[in-house]
Design a protein around this ligand. Structure first.
Ligand code: PMP
Length: 410
């Protein structure tokens, strides 16, 4: 008999100690999950247990603790490999996070892969961390950056994308889900079109991994990057998945211990994958904690998480629609549980400060996506981004809070 899982948000909330807190005397309502997610007790325990039982440097010790720490870290790599369906464990590189993963690839491609005359395509929807590394690369390599424009509803203009692709295109780097608007991009289509044009694809999955099951093999994506801290894991760790054949060819990012096979002043040779890209002592406890986070979300079920968050998105959108002066920023058909909005001409920052006094944590500002804000000619938005531990009651609290905001500031 197959076991049917059920989703019990009350039980889930008990597993996140921080959610019991009061902020400014009110129950904390945490709607800033797009920036970073909260951590379940099992992840906190995994990090603490590492320090209290097996703290030791990895990969280089013959002693007992070092072997346990190495085993735990490598077990985490296996969990992540399974979680995103990467064909090989060597294709999972531990990084510091999404930004670090993108910089790793940009740095590698800059060493001879991309030359003057070549082109890189990013989109108008990118986080600054998927814009600036490519601009820097273009500056010193002579490569040209092209931008897929966006439409009013926050979707990408795919017709324009098709017309940007040509034989000079070497790489397409886009996000899977927009952090500012919640747009879920049609990444499979984007990848297939890029491949048809002979270009590689990097997906910034920072906002996708917390909400959906990722299958890098089915996507046939060349590079996929994400951060541990948005996936209910610790900060300071992230993952770069890359196709083995490409990672083999790509030069190392940083030099140092761990990433070598042998060193002499005459000639140094590099370690094989994944260690070639993991110079120095890694963030061991965070790597281990991320493996625990992956186990944790799988225990709940990514499908159940995704479905529940869609309910929150629908409910939140309906409830916020009751404000006459509500303006939703980003209304794509396919959307993750992110609602960006403006209430009349109230400045997002002012709304955020009042909501904070009521214990409600939202993000305000440009969300590291200034080009999107420029597109809408706005300084920023209020962004409520939901995780699976949020509730409809919390959304009601935000709505009540916004009524106060409107009363005080209109
Ligand atoms: N890309 C996207 C879409 C993001 O949302 C973020 C984080 N807000 C990043 C990249 C950068 O992630 P990190 O700061 O963890 O490197």
């Amino acid at each position: 008999m197959t076991e049917t899982k059920t989703f019990d948000v009350k039980e889930i909330r008990k597993q996140f100690p921080i959610l019991k807190q009061k902020v400014n005397g009110k129950n904390l309502v945490y709607f800033d999950n797009g920036a970073t997610s909260q951590k379940p007790q099992v992840v906190i325990d995994a990090v603490a247990n590492y320090y209290s039982t097996i703290n030791s440097n990895v990969h280089r010790g013959v002693h007992h603790l070092s072997q346990l720490a190495t085993d735990a870290m490598e077990a985490s790599r296996d969990k992540i490999q399974n979680h995103i369906n990467a064909p090989k464990r060597e294709e999972i590189i531990f990084t510091k996070g999404t930004t670090d993963g993108i910089n790793l690839i940009a740095s590698g491609l800059g060493k001879g892969w991309l030359k003057a005359g070549g082109e890189i395509i990013v989109s108008a929807l990118e986080h600054h961390s998927n814009i600036v590394p490519w601009q820097m690369l273009c500056e010193y390599s002579g490569t040209v950056l092209r931008i897929i424009p966006m439409l009013e509803n926050g979707e990408l203009d795919l017709d324009q994308y098709v017309s940007l692709l040509n034989e000079k295109t070497k790489l397409v780097a886009v996000n899977h889900i927009s952090n500012a608007l919640g747009t879920v991009n049609p990444v499979k289509k984007i990848i297939d079109l890029a491949h048809d044009a002979g270009a590689m694809v990097l997906l910034d999955g920072a906002q996708a991994v917390p909400h959906m099951k990722i299958d890098v093999e089915a996507l046939d994506v060349d590079f996929y990057v994400f951060s541990g801290h948005k996936l209910f894991g610790p900060t300071g760790v992230g993952v770069l998945y890359g196709k083995e054949a490409l990672l083999e060819k790509l030069p190392p990012y940083q030099g140092g211990g761990e990433m070598i096979k042998s060193v002499s002043f005459e000639k140094t040779t590099y370690a094989g994958l994944p260690h070639k890209f993991e110079a120095g002592t890694p963030n061991i406890e965070a790597c281990i904690g991320l493996g625990t986070a992956v186990d944790y979300v799988n225990e709940i079920g990514m499908d159940l998480i995704g479905n529940y968050e869609q309910e929150l998105l629908k409910y939140g959108t309906e409830q916020l629609s009751q404000f006459d002066k509500m303006r939703f920023i980003g209304t794509s058909k396919n959307k993750a549980s992110v609602i960006s909005f403006l209430l009349g001409d109230i400045h997002p920052y002012d709304a955020g400060v009042i909501l904070d006094k009521l214990g409600i944590a939202v993000r305000t500002g440009h969300h590291c996506t200034q080009p999107i804000m420029d597109f809408y000619s706005i300084p920023g938005t209020v962004r409520a981004s939901f995780a699976f531990y949020n509730t409809k009651e919390e959304i009601d609290q935000m709505v009540e809070g916004l009524k106060k905001v409107e009363m005080m500031l209109s």
